[in-house]
Write a protein that binds this ligand. Structure first.
Ligand code: ADP
Length: 483
């Protein structure tokens, strides 16, 4: 493993470590907040409910006493029973009542009240907030809720007494203290447990992605056939693995095409270079006449032209694939363009004993095209047709306009293309019979260039052929120039 790879591996494992830490911290924090808010709100609910029920009890007692004072002001026995005896009967939540007249002289008091509460303090505290229950500490540290209220005596009232009530809520306070203890204990426990659980969850979630990354890191141009096995991953990651594998399929395919292409280029460049070299070596092996040197030079020139054509074609294809390539579109009368190509190839057609004609629509076919490129495409098709049509045959150039596309067609009555070769004729460097095509000067790039030109125009190309009967190649190109 190289130094670079090692530092990469260290960097990646640090990345996973940091990610696991962050996720753990996130889970733990979220869990702690949840536990905190859940228990705190339970505590608050309990606190308010307890206070509410105590306050209701106090309000109830006040109501009873007020009613008694208003309805039966002279029934002292009933009042005494209510004030002095009822409280004594209770074991828990002791409550104390004091009844004062208008001059604040105590009329009735629950026994033991003065031992439990500071009476002057009770008087001042309850006076400041009449009719409202408030918290107050007893003499021995107990918790009380106390309230006081004015109570009219008789109906109509002859005077107004004051009722003071206090209830011992120490039990409730103990309950709340226990709750607080458990609140902090749960919070502390969560503080320890949640990070541990969070870390386990984070590791569990990260592990498949980590494994996937490790596999992906090992894949390079030399082992592009390796794939991530989607088994054992959760569904979401299995689909990620699948997508990644599909990307690898495409990359492998592209790499294969590029290396085949490079091998083909090397092979096709080697042949003319070897020819030039061989002829030069043979020529230099002994003294030659001027005519012999001329022959060798002519042959070398022919090979050099072949080389330069090949390099030109390759450059064209490379440029056509670039997204920066722009067409120089202009309004083109396609029938005229075909006529120009026909004239250009007329002589070589006549040499081969092949008739070369155009067959066009009577109405003019006009389209926004790159004239030079379309001429080149049609030229390639005509040149192929002439090369594969024996004497006596015919090559016809035609065009017609559809609704939004135009068609340019080159058909011949030549040798045709075998069905199994037909799908491959647009591949670069593909030749049906490489010995025959090389002999006739074909590079195997002609139809690839035609296809590139059609695609640059936003169109496509079709080929149909019957061995022994002929071939037809059709370019479909949008007429408006929109890609
Ligand atoms: P080349 O430069 O060798 O002609 P092309 O890409 O133009 O390469 O064509 C690929 C192959 O398709 C050729 O080698 C040839 O065998 C075959 N081919 C192309 N056009 C025709 C045709 N009109 N008739 C018969 N075979 C053809």
């Amino acid at each position: 493993m190289s130094c670079n790879q090692t530092s990469n591996a260290v960097g990646i494992s640090r990345f996973w470590g940091t990610l696991a830490f962050r996720l753990t911290a996130g889970y733990a924090l979220a869990g702690l907040l949840l536990v905190f808010f859940a228990t705190a709100s339970l505590y608050l609910v309990l606190l308010t409910e307890l206070e509410k029920s105590t306050d209701l009890f106090l309000a109830d007692k006040l109501h009873v006493l007020r009613t008694m004072l208003r309805e039966r002001p002279n029934d002292l026995d009933a009042l005494r029973e209510e004030v002095e005896l009822e409280s004594a009967a209770r074991r828990y939540e002791q409550f104390y009542i004091r009844l004062l007249d208008e001059r604040n002289t105590p009329l009735l008091t629950t026994p033991g009240m003065a031992e439990q509460l500071e009476m002057p303090l009770l008087a001042t505290q309850t006076r400041s907030r009449p009719d409202r229950a408030i918290a107050m500490k007893g003499r021995h540290g107990q918790s009380f809720r106390v309230t006081s209220a004015a109570a009219p005596v008789g109906s109509p009232p002859s005077q107004t007494d004051t009722i003071q009530i206090a209830i011992d809520v120490s039990q409730e306070q103990e309950l709340l203290a226990r709750f607080r203890f458990w609140f902090w204990a749960i919070l502390l426990g969560s503080f320890v447990i949640l990070p541990l659980v969070g870390y386990q969850i984070a590791r569990h979630g990260i592990r498949p992605v980590e494994q996937m990354t490790t596999t992906a890191r090992h894949i390079s141009s030399t082992n592009l056939h390796e794939r991530i096995l989607p088994d054992g991953y959760p569904v979401e990651l299995a689909s990620l693995a699948d997508t990644f594998n599909q990307m690898l399929d495409r990359l492998e395919e592209s790499f294969g095409r590029i290396s085949r292409f490079s091998a083909d280029i090397a092979h096709d460049l080697r042949t003319p270079v070897n020819n030039i070299r061989g002829e030069a070596e043979v020529a230099l092996a002994r003294a030659r006449t001027a005519d012999e040197y001329r022959d060798v030079l002519e042959s070398c020139l022919e090979e050099a032209v072949r080389l330069s054509d090949l390099i030109g074609d390759l450059l064209f294809l490379a440029r056509a694939e670039s997204p920066l390539t722009h067409l120089h579109r202009e309004r083109v009368n396609v029938a005229e363009l075909l006529g120009g190509v026909r004239e250009y190839y007329e002589a070589s057609a006549a040499d081969g004993g092949v008739s070369l004609t155009t067959m066009v629509d009577p109405k003019p076919v006009i389209a926004e095209l790159d004239r030079t490129l379309v001429q080149r495409a049609v030229g390639n098709l005509v040149s192929n047709a002439l090369a594969h049509t024996p004497p006596g045959g015919a090559v016809v150039l035609g065009t017609n306009a559809g609704f939004s596309t135009i068609r340019i067609e080159v058909s011949d009555t030549g040798v045709g293309i075998p069905a199994e070769a037909l799908p491959k004729v647009f591949d670069r460097f593909f030749r049906v019979d490489s010995s025959r095509s090389q002999g006739s000067g074909g590079t195997g790039l002609g139809l690839s260039i035609v296809q590139s030109i059609a695609q640059l125009h936003g169109g496509n190309v079709e080929i149909s052929s019957q061995p022994g009967q002929g071939t037809r190649v059709t370019l479909h190109v949008p007429a408006s120039g929109a890609r």
